[in-house]
Design a protein around this ligand. Structure first.
Ligand code: OFO
Length: 162
């Protein structure tokens, strides 16, 4: 059975994973309207992954005797300045999520909830992979410059490790 504190912080994470999914969905839609089908495909896939993360939390909270809450989500931005800025924003957001996952782990340890501390390790690893993959995209952008965006759009799906 989850303690109240762990249940609450997992519910906070449900909201954050759901918001991440909507944020990447909004970014995907924007990129699609700018003719960047490859970058849009990457973002749509990322959005699906984040929804999967939200579902993982929902199921875990319910399985452990808590009650998962499906919250309202803040509306993500509709417009983005450009592709380099968009991916910088993705990396910033992923770093925020990494810190948030660490807080779930810290709460589990403080509550002596070894099961949750163990379960959350999947997310700890996932965040390392996500930060690495977004950093890789940013590195390619700075290597290729603004004019290389065409090639990034063409090849970005090959950069997805999974
Ligand atoms: Fe990359 O955010 Fe989910 O965990």
């Amino acid at each position: 059975m989850l303690t109240k504190k762990v249940e609450e912080i997992c519910n906070r994470q449900i909201e954050r994973e759901g918001f991440s999914s909507n944020l990447y969905l909004a970014m995907a839609s924007w990129a699609e309207t700018k003719g960047m089908a490859g970058i849009a495909a990457w973002l749509y896939a990322q959005s699906d992954e984040e929804r999967g993360h939200m579902l993982k939390f929902i199921k875990y909270v319910n399985e452990r005797g808590g009650s998962a809450v499906v919250p309202e989500f803040k509306k993500p931005p509709v417009k983005y300045k450009g592709i380099p800025e968009l991916f910088a924003e993705v990396l910033k957001h992923e770093k925020f999520i990494t810190a948030s996952i660490s807080e779930v782990l810290e709460a589990a340890i403080a509550e002596k909830d070894h099961a949750t501390a163990n379960w959350i390790q999947w997310f700890v690893k996932e965040q390392v992979e996500e930060e690495v993959s977004v950093q890789l995209i940013l590195d390619k952008i700075s290597l290729a410059g603004e004019h290389g965006i065409y090639f990034l759009d063409r090849d970005i799906m090959f950069l997805r490790g999974k």
